[in-house]
Design a protein around this ligand. Structure first.
Ligand code: SF4
Ligand code: SF4
Length: 172
């Protein structure tokens, strides 16, 4: 009886489609709500670093001077926090499977390099920003100095008045 079943199973399996797929050559359509993996539209990124600060596993590295954005997919827990905080909406959770990997590699995205005009504009903006900061600091220091002077004057005036009253009492 057992041999009969085994033979029947073997015979029918020979003519059936295989039960498994030849992944990664044959891939199943991902389910709608599969979390998948993070994808970055690097050309929209402004390298603000909000995603890296929000990442609970420190899977992200953002380097503004180098214009690079990198993710260690083996540290990512697919929580979507980075997607939610990105001000440019350039991160998304792709529900497809990531490519098969044989080594643990960081995925690095590199934005196109700055043109000379862009570099000059950035330097100009940075200089303006620094000038504004310096002016605000100077104004704050001046305000503080004036407040201290006023306080000293008031204190001196108060002292004179008290001294005058005291000497008037002494004369009586
Ligand atoms: S939050 Fe968005 S814009 Fe900011 S560094 Fe990350 S990916 Fe780029
Ligand atoms: S999905 Fe979560 S764990 Fe993955 S990179 Fe974004 S913030 Fe980090």
């Amino acid at each position: 009886m057992g041999l009969f079943h085994l033979g029947k199973m073997t015979f029918t399996s020979t003519f059936k489609k295989p039960a498994t797929r030849l992944y990664p050559y044959e891939q199943r359509e991902p389910f709608e709500r599969t979390k998948g993996h993070i994808v970055c539209d690097i050309e929209e990124c402004i390298f603000c670093g909000a995603c890296a600060r929000a990442c609970p596993t420190s899977a992200l590295r953002v380097d503004k001077p180098d214009r690079t954005w990198a993710i260690n997919p083996f540290d990512c827990i697919q929580c979507s926090s980075c997607v939610l905080v990105c001000p440019k909406k350039c991160l998304r959770m792709d529900n497809g499977r990531p490519a098969a990997a044989t080594t643990k590699q960081v995925r690095l995205y590199h934005q196109h390099p700055y043109s000379q005009a862009e570099k000059e504009q950035i330097a100009k903006e940075e200089a303006e920003r620094q000038a504004k900061i310096a002016a605000a600091r100077k104004a704050a220091a001046e305000k503080k100095r004036k407040a201290a002077e006023e306080a000293a004057k008031k204190a001196a005036a108060g002292g004179e008045a008290t001294g005058g009253e005291a000497s008037a009492k002494g004369d009586e």
